[in-house]
Design a protein around this ligand. Structure first.
Ligand code: FE2
Length: 416
């Protein structure tokens, strides 16, 4: 069954004319779900990984990570803490992962009779772990488990009903992938397939701000812009609700304070803790309100253009916010206030614009890339990336309806 937009009229001053799409939960009613079961944040938490995983009842786990993480101290500590629980290792995760890797790793996991998956690393490690959990439970192939979006407004989620083994995460970035029931995998044709199952949200998340000091600040900064984008997009999503809104506003407050502090002093453990906490909040936001056109574009810049998700997010965010401004000025004005912008005396639209300007200032303070041309993207790919984006489910949850590929090409050209 597709989820169709409500036929109710768009309400409020924020959704004028035909540009806006109506909320998916009209009338102020909502359905909110808490994602991760347990979250630990403390210096040295990574050294307790084995004890905490055993407390979940897991006896044979597969550890999932990428090559760089494999060589890190954080990994060494986490892996050592797991001891004999760690019976299998998949250390070939690359950015955006792949359906092929997940299929191979799931075969090993089945052979080893694993009963838990521990992802150590960034979003791609978590996404790989979730993909393995899907294949251990569902008939497969993995491609058949992906959701489908038919532009401009039909979304077909694929039900993944079978129970899943626990996924545990020791995140090293601010992507918040470990928090959400959703994930993306690149398929053999370079498209990003998207999946959704509430049973895939991590059972346990171990955040260690002290161990995180080892993670390069550039990686944390670009992934924090991704986390910030979750909060901003969650604020204006068609699936937003009062709980996700509260989480998003506090996430924005924390990112605005902790991200520049972390970049100014990469050894500041409190700033790292602030960014990791804000990232977690951002994951709680999108687990409920989902993401919009900004993320749709970033998925495709990653899968087809080869950009890291964090870099794509860092560049695209102010452009995507400006795209949505005609229908989401009130929401963006709230974002501005949460960022500490003095909006007194400003009209709603002016306050929203000041918020977008503050996001540009945050880009500068974070030292992240701001133009697609600087990120090594081949400009001739823009039309194909726009075409891919037109089929991404993010457009379904976006407050402004997108009815042509040209509008996305224009958005990409602005960011070029
Ligand atoms: Fe994201």
């Amino acid at each position: 069954m597709p989820i169709r937009p409500s036929t109710g009229e768009a309400t409020g001053a924020e959704a004028p004319a035909a540009l806006g799409a109506p909320p998916l939960q009209p009338g102020g009613w909502f359905d909110y779900r808490s994602p991760a079961a347990r979250v630990l944040l403390r210096p040295g938490a990574i050294d307790d990984l084995g004890r905490e995983v055993a407390a979940l009842g897991c006896t044979r786990v597969m550890v999932v990570c990428g090559g760089k993480t494999r060589r890190s101290k954080l990994f060494e500590r986490g892996h050592a803490a797991l001891g004999e629980l760690g019976v299998a290792l998949c250390d070939r995760v690359v950015e955006h992962s792949s359906t092929e890797l997940v299929t191979e790793a799931a075969a090993v996991a089945a052979r080893e009779r694993i009963d838990g998956i521990v992802a150590i690393g960034g979003g791609s490690a978590s996404d790989t772990a979730k993909g393995i959990a899907i294949l251990l439970a569902e008939p497969g192939p993995i491609e058949a488990c992906a959701s489908r979006f038919v532009p401009p407004d039909q979304f077909f989620p694929t039900e993944l009903p079978n129970p899943k083994i626990p996924v545990i995460a020791g995140p090293t970035t601010a992507s918040a992938a470990e928090v959400t029931p959703g994930q993306g995998l690149r398929d053999a044709r370079g498209r990003k397939l998207l999946f959704w199952d509430v049973k895939l949200a991590s059972s346990l998340i171990v955040l260690d701000p002290q161990a995180n000091v080892e993670v390069p600040v550039a990686v944390m900064a670009t992934s924090a812009m991704n986390g910030f984008a979750h909060c901003a997009e969650g604020l204006y999503s068609r699936l937003r609700n009062p709980i996700s809104e509260a989480l998003a506003l506090h996430g924005i407050r924390l990112f605005a304070r902790a991200l520049p502090a972390m970049v100014a002093d990469p050894r500041d453990v409190d700033a790292r803790a602030g960014v990791l906490t804000a990232a977690h909040l951002s994951g709680m936001v999108i687990s409920n309100s989902r993401v919009g056109i900004h993320h749709a574009v970033c998925h495709c810049l990653g899968a087809r253009g080869g950009l890291s998700h964090g870099v794509a997010n860092s560049i695209m965010l102010p452009h995507a916010l400006a795209y949505n401004l005609p229908v989401a000025a009130e929401r963006l004005a709230a974002m501005a206030a949460a960022m500490g912008v003095d909006t007194r005396g400003l009209g709603t639209e002016q306050a929203a614009e000041a918020g977008i300007e503050a996001v540009r200032a945050l880009q500068r303070a974070a030292g992240v890339p701001t133009r697609l041309r600087d990120a090594g993207l081949d400009r001739s790919l823009l039309p194909a990336i726009a075409e891919d984006t037109f089929g991404d489910r993010g457009l379904f949850f976006n407050p402004r309806r997108t009815t042509s590929v040209d509008a996305i090409v224009d958005l990409l050209e602005r960011a070029w």
